[in-house]
Write a protein that binds this ligand. Structure first.
Ligand code: FE
Length: 209
C-alpha cells in the first residue's frame, strides 16, 4: 500500500507488520532450535513448503473439477468412488484423504461443506485448510444460516436454490463439484481449472467465467 496517501491505515498496518514479524521471528527461532537438537534436517522446512506449493494444493482439486466438467463418464466414476477416480489423474490420496466423497452442484441444488467438529478437509485435493474453515464462528453459522454465510463470501444464490450441507469428518471428507459457468464452452481443461477457486470446491463460492 502506498505510504503517502493512506495515513489513516498506518496504525493498523504497523500493528499487522509487528505481529507478522513476531510470528516470523518465533518460527525462525523454533526452526533453528529443532535443527540444533537434530529433530529436523537443514532442508526439512523447505521441503514441506515445496510439497504444499507444488504437490498438494487446490490446483489438484481444480484439475479434478475440470476433468469432471469435460468428461461425463469420469464425473460418474468420481461421484461413485472419488479415491479411485483421482488416481486416474495420477493424484494420490492418503493421509487426510483416505475417504473422499464428491458431491455435484446442479442449477437447483448447491452443496456446502463444513467440519462442525473441527477442521477435516480433503488435503490431497485442496492442500492445507484455510483459516476460515477452522473458525468456530464459521462452523457454527454455516449450518444455521448458510445463505448469510454465503453472502459474507460474496455469493448470492437464487432464492429457490436448495442448499445441502455436508459435515466432513475424519471418516469422510467432502469435495464439491461446482456448476460449470456459461461462456466456457470449448475451453480446455487447463483453462477451466484456472477459474476454479478453493472456496468453490467447498461450496463457499460459485465459479464464473
Ligand atoms: Fe474435523
Amino acid at each position: 500500500m502506498a505510504k503517502d496517501n493512506h495515513d489513516h491505515d498506518h496504525e493498523h498496518h504497523d500493528h499487522l507488520r509487528e505481529s507478522e514479524s513476531y510470528y516470523a521471528a518465533r518460527t525462525k527461532a523454533l526452526e533453528s532450535l529443532f535443527r540444533e537438537k537434530g529433530l529436523i534436517g537443514t532442508d526439512t522446512v523447505d521441503r514441506v513448503i515445496r510439497f504444499f506449493d507444488h504437490d498438494m494444493g487446490p490446483f489438484n482439486g481444480a484439475k479434478v473439477v475440470a476433468r469432471a466438467w469435460t468428461d461425463p463418464a469420469f464425473k460418474q466414476r468420481l461421484l461413485a468412488n472419488a479415491n479411485a477416480a483421482i488416481a486416474e489423474l495420477g493424484l494420490r490420496d492418503g493421509i487426510e484423504g483416505e475417504n473422499l466423497k464428491a458431491v455435484e452442484c446442479t442449477p437447483s441444488v448447491h452443496h456446502m461443506v463444513s467440519c462442525t467438529l473441527c477442521s477435516c478437509w480433503p488435503w490431497p485435493l485442496l492442500g492445507l485448510p484455510p483459516y476460515w474453515f477452522k473458525d468456530p464462528v464459521f462452523r457454527a453459522r454455516v449450518v444455521r444460516e448458510p445463505r448469510e454465510v454465503l453472502g459474507d463470501f460474496g455469493v448470492e444464490l437464487d432464492a429457490d436454490t436448495r442448499i445441502e450441507i455436508w459435515d466432513s469428518s475424519a471418516q469422510i471428507r467432502y469435495f464439491v463439484i461446482p456448476n460449470r459457468p456459461a461462456g466456457t464452452e470449448g475451453w480446455d481443461e487447463e483453462k477451466l481449472a484456472s477459474i476454479v477457486s478453493t472456496e468453490a470446491m467447498q461450496g463457499l463460492d460459485v465459479v464464473t467465467a
